[in-house]
Design a binder for this molecule. Structure first.
Ligand code: SF4
Length: 65
């Protein structure tokens, strides 16, 4: 799985980082960045939760085989 954040939509609220801190990190801009690419299998469920919880729908997921 790969995760992406749209910097034009992200508010920098930090919800994704609080749910999946090993995958998302707030940058200085401030908007969140993906710091684990690809997403470790152990964090995939948290990434799906973060995607569903993002208030701006700024997170997208690309499933891989
Ligand atoms: Fe940005 Fe969404 Fe993460 Fe909030 S939850 S920091 S809006 S990507």
């Amino acid at each position: 799985m790969r995760a992406f954040i749209d910097p034009d939509t992200c508010l920098g609220c930090g919800v994704c980082e609080s749910i999946a801190p090993k995958v998302f990190r707030l940058g200085v801009e401030p908007y969140a960045k993906v710091i684990a690419d690809p997403v470790p299998q152990a964090d995939e469920a948290k990434v799906r939760e973060a995607e569903a919880s993002c208030p701006e729908q700024a997170i997208s997921i690309e499933e891989q085989n």
